[in-house]
Ligand binder design. Structure first.
Ligand code: G3I
Ligand code: 9MR
Ligand code: ZN
Length: 540
């Protein structure tokens, strides 16, 4: 448990941009409040909360205290009814360190290399998972499998989740290069290529190994048959690794992310860009040759993450969009137009439903390069989606776009994905409400929520301390690996620990900071990556 007791008076525990709107939440009837200087107790601002409203997701009344009128940089606390909030800053650029920490998390997820003390501090460990993997069903066929990022609290490596994580980071870099001017630093830092591209390349080099050289399809995943025990360090996880069969979903997002990489790395390393583009085209040909294939299912003797996804049209759609955007080749445009006519979600950014990456790639290509009718339609649909999210935000006590039903396994990804969509709508539609709503999602992640938790390890006054993350459990360091976004409240209570402790809790309170709770307190690369994207928007 955290040293700090949960408070009903919640803020973004990092702080607020000086120029933006600022508000706290109080999970009871409010009244007069003060914002005080944290060091002197001197009053800097005084106000009155709005009347409390019942919040369905949290199951409590919530009142909102607005202190946007205060913009003087400093460190403050809120005081109301004799209670005090976490300290927080008002600053011109409050999220720069958080942003670096969220990006550095990917370095900590690295597999196949030693994490040296110089970069990893007390979380250093030996190189892991260096053995060749066996192609499942072909016991005599072994292939190089080293590198990339561990998926999560487990040590599996999965193609689709890896593609989503890289896509978020590359999109963040494309749209917000200013946020990536600082060095992390990483072993590869050279002052020339931005560190985010070094980090993504570490994963891309591994993803390239997931392409079956015989067919061009991408293996769905690379894992041991079962998960190791929770306290096993990566270098001690020595069970055989298996390449699980090629799937269309994996091949589609592999093609997409490789086409994206070809475009972005072109400026820094032409040979690598060529390699990525060839891999993308080869994967695309596999997709054309396999128009209808069943989705991936774990064979009976495999117990690691399935990441099943029977719908692969969205991955094909995304691949066509990126290949078109990167090459300008009309054949890909034609394929995209045809796929756009099919029914599947076009504005989801998940590990299964990836349609939004395709829609956004097309929109980012710009009206001059695309079909005006389709461009206009996708833009309108994006704004409609974002308006729906805004409507949910305005009814939510904490200002976010989740309905009570949306608190599922990995709800913090839903929070960050929706903030991403709002920011894209801001880019294409201009309304500041979109940007402000996205910022409210950041405040939720950093502590302004029903449980007063910062859901990012190592950041904030009351961060999660016991993530379901094997290195954090197995090492001898008290503090968890920092910068990790944990899954978040999950009304499904999909593990024994949640079932035991959280019966009857309101959706936004279905969370326990216990290392056994994998369905609420695990970490993954694709929960960190949309957080990097969203925070990038707010970093100067
Ligand atoms: O989308 C449906 C929603 O429509 C429905 O209302 C809701 C009700 O339960 O369920 C939603 O589906 C959930 C789905 O995640 C949403 O993404 C499923 O219940 C839930 O079981 C499923 O959880 C996935 C979990 O694996 C179990 O398969 C998580 O998304 C996914 O992030 C997680 O991934 C694991 C890997 O398998 C192994 N590595 C760690 C990683 C993180 O825990
Ligand atoms: O540790 C595993 C975690 O990474 C997965 O997300 C989760 C769901 O697939 O499973 C965890 O492993 C648990 C297993 O499913 C059930 N027995 C306890 C395991 C945790 O040590
Ligand atoms: Zn490893």
């Amino acid at each position: 448990m955290s040293a700090v007791k949960p408070r009903i008076l919640t803020v973004n525990q990092i702080g607020y941009p000086a120029s933006g709107p600022k508000s706290f939440r109080y999970a009871e009837a409010g009244g007069a409040f003060e914002v005080i200087h944290a060091s002197t107790g001197e009053v800097a601002f005084a106000g009155e909360t709005a009347p409390a409203r019942q919040d369905e997701a949290a199951g409590t009344p919530v009142s909102l205290g607005d202190f946007s009128g205060l913009s003087e940089p400093g460190t403050y606390r809120i005081r109301i009814n004799g209670e005090a909030s976490s300290p927080f800053v008002i600053a011109n650029n409050p999220y720069a360190d958080l942003h670096t920490g969220l990006l550095k998390a990917f370095y900590f997820f690295r597999c196949g290399c030693e994490l040296k003390e110089e970069f990893a501090g007390p979380w250093a460990h030996q190189a892991c998972h260096l053995a060749e993997g066996i192609v499942y069903g072909e016991p005599d066929r072994r292939r190089d499998s080293a590198g990339g990022w561990h998926d999560a609290g487990d040590y599996g490596k999965y193609t689709g989740p890896g593609a989503k994580a890289v896509a978020d980071l590359l999109l963040a870099y494309e749209l917000y290069p200013q946020a990536f001017r600082r060095t992390v630093p990483l072993p590869e830092s050279d002052g020339r290529t931005p560190d985010v591209l070094h980090e993504c390349r570490y994963e891309l080099e591994w993803l390239l190994k997931m392409q079956d050289e015989r067919t061009g399809g991408a293996f769905h995943k690379l894992t041991t048959k079962q998960f190791p025990a929770l306290d096993v360090m990566p270098e001690d996880d020595l069970a055989e690794l298996y390449f699980l069969p090629v799937s269309a979903a994996a091949t589609g997002c592999f093609a997409a992310v490789m086409a994206m990489a070809a475009r972005i790395y072109r400026l820094f390393d032409g040979a690598f860009a060529d390699l990525c583009l060839d891999a993308a085209k080869r994967a695309w040909r596999w997709l054309l040759d396999h128009p209808e294939v069943p989705g991936f299912k774990n064979p009976a003797d495999i117990g690691t993450g399935e990441y099943g996804d029977a719908q692969d049209l969205d991955e094909r759609y995304w691949a066509a969009a990126e290949l078109f955007r990167t090459t300008g080749d009309e054949a890909f445009h034609e394929a995209f137009r045809r796929l756009a006519l099919q029914q599947f979600p076009k504005f989801e950014l998940g590990w299964a439903d990836m349609g939004a990456y395709g829609s956004l790639a097309y929109l980012l290509d710009g009206p001059e390069n695309t079909d005006p009718t389709l461009y206009a339609r996708l833009k309108e649909e994006l704004l409609t989606e974002a308006d729906k999210l805004l409507a949910i935000c305005s009814g939510d006590g904490y200002g976010i776009s989740l309905t009570p039903a949306d608190y599922i396994w990995g709800s913090n990804m839903v929070v960050m994905n929706r903030a991403m969509l709002l920011l894209m709508a801001f880019r294409f539609g201009g309304k500041t409400e979109y940007e402000h709503a996205a910022l409210d999602h950041v405040h939720y992640l950093l502590g302004r929520n029903a449980l007063d938790y910062s859901y990012v390890t190592g950041y904030g006054d009351r961060p999660v301390m016991h993530p379901h993350h094997r290195p954090s459990v197995g090492d001898r360091v008290a503090e968890p690996v920092p910068g990790l976004v944990i899954g978040g409240p999950n009304r499904g209570l999909n593990d024994d620990c949640m079932m035991e402790h959280l019966q009857g809790e309101a959706p936004a309170r279905c969370f326990i900071d216990d290392e056994l709770s994998y369905a609420g307190n695990e970490v993954t690369i694709y929960w960190n990556s949309p957080a990097v994207f969203v925070v990038s928007h707010f970093v100067l």
